[in-house]
Design a protein around this ligand. Structure first.
Ligand SMILES: *Cc1c(COP(=O)(O)O)cnc(C)c1O
Length: 374
């Protein structure tokens, strides 16, 4: 019923398969903390988190307090970690939803402690340690100083539940930058004050998808996979199962003569007679405009149909000359499989000059998400 124009098909069974691949790679001892920020990388927070319950996640990670509140509204009562730094304005909402904050300054630990004192809750936090990412976290090399201040500010009011860092180059072939971050992180941990009597051991976590799949997650308490769950390749031996497919209907088909032009700027001209089709999808749906000039294509009836001219906001023209019997109403595939032909998410990202993450999170709300669980 929603498949009238264009849509995203999300394969929840494959999402779970990918989560199991992560668990296999890191071992049973590490808990899985799936990253479901940005609406689960564009695929739908509520449905994705529900679909992941059978893999027994330790908790879920998001970027913002609003996203974590959405997790709560979806029924998740376990750990809900907010990974981006928050502002003081957000603390009351975070406390009301019993969120776990990832904090990057002693000042925010003090404010969170004051919030805990005022509501009477024992609120939880993790400390981010900056080992080179340079966007959040306390500096690794000063852990001896801030560690004691954090512990003092938290004493009696907060639970210092964990410490983590974030790798900047785990998806690159050279392991050295990641090893350096890992060693800075461990030096920082060693410089922290001992866990106070009666307090739990701090949970340690460092691994994004690439560190999970290529480095086994570094044997930490938790791992934080994101893109691999959603079908993005992170290098290494294991390819993810494709999770998201993008489809659009063919809404117009016609024969054109030599000299016909397609798209804004008329950048494409037919050299001979051709058959052209129009797809009901454009950059306003998140189909990258750059694909038009970069060799992008759609699959129709199991054949490759090149995108011609510039992609418009709502429509995209393709060359159907080599696709027998293409008709109005046919379903074209922009990402996904059609017969023996397949267009991978990462291939589209490369053509568009970006990364799989940006393609997925850029799929606009105009595309309904259709869920399958086979
Ligand atoms: C987004 C994010 C991740 C997940 O990274 P992927 O590369 O998608 O696996 C892990 N940790 C933090 C802190 C993040 O922000």
């Amino acid at each position: 019923m929603y498949r009238s124009r264009a849509w995203v098909e999300v394969h929840l069974d494959r999402l779970r398969d990918n989560a199991r691949e992560v668990q296999n790679s890191v071992g049973r001892a590490s808990g899985i903390l799936p990253m479901v920020k940005a609406n689960a990388y564009g695929l739908g927070l509520e449905v994705v988190t529900r679909a992941l319950l059978p893999v027994d996640p330790w908790g879920f990670g998001v970027a913002t307090v609003s996203e974590a509140v959405a997790l709560r509204n979806g029924g998740w009562t376990g750990p809900a970690l907010v990974f981006s730094p928050v502002t003081p304005d957000d603390l009351a909402r975070a406390a009301a939803a019993d969120l776990t904050l990832c904090l990057s300054s002693v000042d925010m630990v003090e404010r969170w402690a004051a919030m805990a004192a005022s509501t009477g809750q024992k609120l939880r936090f993790h400390i981010e340690i900056d080992t080179g990412m340079g966007r959040a976290g306390l500096p690794a090399e000063e852990a001896g100083e801030w560690g004691a201040a954090v512990q003092h500010a938290a004493a009696g009011k907060l639970v210092w539940e964990g410490c983590f860092t974030h790798f900047h180059s785990a998806d690159e072939p050279d392991p050295a930058p990641t090893d350096l971050q890992w060693s800075r992180f461990n030096d920082a941990l060693a410089a922290l004050p001992a866990v106070a009597p009666g307090e739990p051991e701090r949970l340690i976590h460092v691994a994004n998808s690439a560190a999970c799949m290529r480095r086994g997650g570094f044997h930490c308490d938790l791992v934080r996979p994101g893109i691999f769950l959603y079908g993005g390749y992170v290098g290494g031996a294991v390819e993810p199962f494709p999770v998201a497919e993008v489809h659009a209907r063919l809404v117009h088909v016609r024969e054109v003569q030599a000299g016909a032009t397609a798209g804004y700027g008329a950048t494409y001209t037919a050299q001979n007679g051709q058959r052209w089709g129009t797809l009901a999808i454009g950059y306003g749906d998140g189909l990258p405009r750059a694909l038009g000039a970069a060799g992008g294509a759609a699959l129709v009836r199991g054949h490759v149909a090149p995108i011609i001219g510039r992609i418009s906001m709502d429509m995209t023209t393709i060359d159907l000359t080599d696709v027998p019997n293409a008709n109005v109403g046919d379903i074209a595939t922009l990402i996904g499989r059609d017969g023996d032909a397949e267009i991978l998410l990462d291939e589209v990202a490369r053509q568009a000059g970006t990364i799989s993450y940006e393609i997925l999170t850029g799929l606009s709300p105009r595309l309904p998400r259709i869920y399958r669980d086979d």
